[in-house]
Design a protein around this ligand. Structure first.
Ligand code: NAG
Ligand code: NAG
Ligand code: NAG
Ligand code: NAG
Ligand code: NAG
Length: 391
């Protein structure tokens, strides 16, 4: 009995047991589950009273793309399964040239493709440069509508100094300091051969809240080969982070659309942040019920760039156009990562969340990719952590 009470208290403290009146509707479960008899029944991959926490599990230390031992830093990683070759996985990721660390992402970042033959967790090895410095923030989706992979990113080609240093430059309107403003798009039939379609969503040289436009996040539509909904003639939908010129103010998130991926993108009307909580690095997807979700890097005081552990937040909406709700109760993921050897790393920074989903139409999150930087280190790398029992 004593043990039962202790276990019950422990389970309750860990959020394993439902609490009284945890919900009155599915919104109270962050649309990551359903409200049943005042209790959230969370979808696989999500946990907590309000289903607002990713069910992260300890994974191997050898994962993702960690070349810091050889002096190379990386960031912004996203996983894709090869369309032809069984058991081959690709990681599209930013890598910094000249041995430069995270402080020098601009102008040293370039976009590369790495491969894993040991499953989607990696570890991945370098294969190919897709876009030379300065190219950053790659985000790749399969577009059923276009029968193409689409890669969105920021940047424009620059001559970079041979020693790590920041230089003032611009890739178009919105920012004259680090070239971050303005989104470009590429397409590929196979993930190997990429065609550049130019900058499709520039910033502006005015006093708009989102004059400086970055962190492109194309919508990951619920997809199965048999789901015609994923091929409907919907507009191309892109979440992004805006902030005032030279990023001299709040970083906030909203959505832009275009009739097709190479057309100019325009922010949804009215052009305003979709929630008031400061954040960046959106990642947006549609779930199996047709609801919409985002993971973001929170810039609230308990998160930010090394200011606190509560870096990963979740937001949800019934429609991609909103209204969106930022879950300010639960934390989707923190800077703390446990590994299967029992070790725990409390990272200084953990940003750029990206999910790898099951491909059965259930959109179960299987893996969380993030960029990480350890305390006291200039270098950064690309971490992949398992979610739930999915893999
Ligand atoms: C709903 O939950 C309450 C409290 O846990 C329980 O007493 C009741 O039997 C449940 N009702 C149904 C229909 O499951
Ligand atoms: C990444 O590589 C560095 C350098 O070898 C190492 O110190 C660090 O522990 C590695 N990260 C993980 C998660 O093993
Ligand atoms: C933006 O930054 C550039 C480069 O430092 C500077 O010349 C310019 O005055 C800044 N503009 C504004 C509006 O802050
Ligand atoms: C890449 O695509 C272009 C344009 O479709 C084509 O001309 C070229 O042959 C392709 N190259 C490879 C290596 O597949
Ligand atoms: C948390 O979110 C709710 C619902 O959006 C909002 O009403 C409330 O003001 C928020 N609280 C804080 C502290 O931001």
């Amino acid at each position: 009995m004593k043990h039962f009470v202790q276990l019950t208290l422990l389970a309750s403290a860990l959020g394993l047991l439902p609490q009284a009146l945890a919900c009155t509707n599915d919104e109270d479960c962050g649309l990551n589950g359903v409200c049943n008899n005042n209790t959230c029944i969370c979808d696989p991959g999500w946990t907590g009273n309000d289903c607002g926490r990713l069910d992260l599990r300890p994974g191997p230390r050898a994962n993702g793309y960690n070349l810091t031992g050889q002096g190379t830093s990386s960031w912004c990683n996203g996983i894709l399964r090869d369309p032809q070759i069984k058991d081959l996985y690709h990681l599209i990721v930013s890598e910094f040239t000249h041995g430069c660390g995270l402080d020098y992402w601009s102008p040293y970042s370039r976009i590369i493709r790495a491969e894993s033959t040991t499953g989607p967790l990696g570890p991945y090895t370098f294969k190919q440069e897709i876009a030379p410095s300065f190219a950053h923030n790659p985000s790749v989706i399969w577009s059923e509508k276009d029968q193409r992979y689409l890669m969105y990113n920021i940047g424009c080609p620059q001559q970079v100094p041979s020693t790590c240093q920041n230089v003032d430059f611009t890739c178009g309107p919105g920012n004259a300091i680090n070239g971050e403003s303005g989104i470009s798009v590429w397409s590929s039939p196979d993930l190997y051969n990429w065609t550049y379609h130019g900058q499709v969503f520039p910033g502006t040289d005015n006093n708009a809240w989102d004059a400086d436009i970055t962190n492109p996040a194309p919508l990951h539509l619920r997809y199965t080969p048999r789901n015609p909904a994923s091929a409907r003639g919907a507009p191309t939908i892109l979440a992004y982070r805006g902030c005032p010129y030279n990023c001299s103010g709040a970083e906030l998130i909203t959505i832009a659309t275009a009739p097709d991926y190479t057309s100019p993108y325009t922010p949804i009307h009215p052009s305003a942040p979709i929630f008031p909580e400061p954040s960046e690095d959106p990642f947006i997807w549609e779930d199996r019920r047709g609801n919409f979700h985002m993971l973001v890097h929170s810039l609230l005081p308990d998160a930010g760039f090394g200011d606190g552990p509560n870096v990963g937040r979740h937001a949800y909406a019934r429609s991609w156009a909103g209204p969106w709700t930022f879950n300010n109760n639960s934390v989707a993921f923190t800077t703390s990562v446990e590994f299967e050897d029992g070790s725990i790393v409390e990272y200084f920074r953990r940003e750029r969340p990206s999910l790898f989903f099951s491909e059965d139409g259930e959109m179960r999150p299987l893996l969380l990719s993030t960029g990480v930087q350890e305390v006291g280190e200039g270098a950064s790398y690309s971490l992949i952590q398992p979610i739930g029992d999915g893999l």
